[in-house]
Design a protein around this ligand. Structure first.
Ligand code: COA
Length: 173
């Protein structure tokens, strides 16, 4: 029987987050998603309920610098979005969201988010990816805490972020 032809997947994949700031764990997810889907849009939520250290524009610039430091710029686009994630996806014509899943404690929040988003737009789905175990314990909050208390978190974040944290916390380095 002749083999049925399968056309290559062309999916717009969105990796949303607050990225305050971007960490090596986030970049690990970007690397994996790009490998699977060919390209990724990193979407920075501008209306986060969190108390943020970096403005949306600063977070965007840091991600772009981090991508070029790690040769990830190709096929990865960074955007800021306002409002609901589902509405942003509609504007893009995207249906697939990528999220990183680290601990079981992430699961409850992620399940709630995925179900709420699906309720708001039944056409979208969320795909979860596990970061490398080297990055499993990293979070943006922990990185900021280390920097605030006087140490460079250089094992956990790109160099551009180390520089930006030094500038925010007034360390000359
Ligand atoms: N490596 C390292 N850290 C990771 C990680 C990974 N692979 N994946 C997640 N994290 C950490 C982040 O550093 C962050 O840590 P922090 O809490 O210390 O800052 C935490 O896990 C989760 O943050 P993040 O992944 O940035 O996402 P978020 O939970 O802040 O969600 C949006 C951000 C933008 C996706 C979400 O708020 C959103 O969709 N907003 C738009 C409004 C909307 O539609 N809301 C839903 C319906 S009401």
């Amino acid at each position: 029987m002749p083999q049925k032809k399968v056309s290559p997947i062309k999916t717009v994949v969105v990796y949303p987050g607050t990225f305050d700031p971007v960490t090596n764990g986030h970049l690990d997810i970007v690397t994996r998603a790009r490998r699977l889907f060919g390209s990724v849009i990193i979407a920075i939520g501008a209306d986060s309920p969190k108390v943020l250290l970096f403005s949306s524009e600063e977070r965007l610039r840091l991600i772009e610098e981090a991508l070029s430091e790690s040769s990830l710029s190709e096929s990865v686009r960074v955007e800021i979005f306002n409002g609901l994630l589902v509405d942003y996806l509609k504007r893009l014509g995207a249906k697939v969201v990528i999220r990183g899943l680290r601990f079981i404690s992430d699961y409850e929040f992620e399940l709630q988010m995925a179900l709420i988003n699906r309720h708001l737009n039944d056409e979208m789905d969320t795909i979860y990816m596990m970061p490398d175990e080297r990055h499993i314990h990293i979070s943006s909050t922990i990185v900021k805490e280390i920097a605030r208390l006087g140490r460079d978190p250089y094992e956990f974040v790109p160099r551009a972020v180390v520089r930006a944290l030094r500038a925010k916390y007034g360390q000359s380095g």
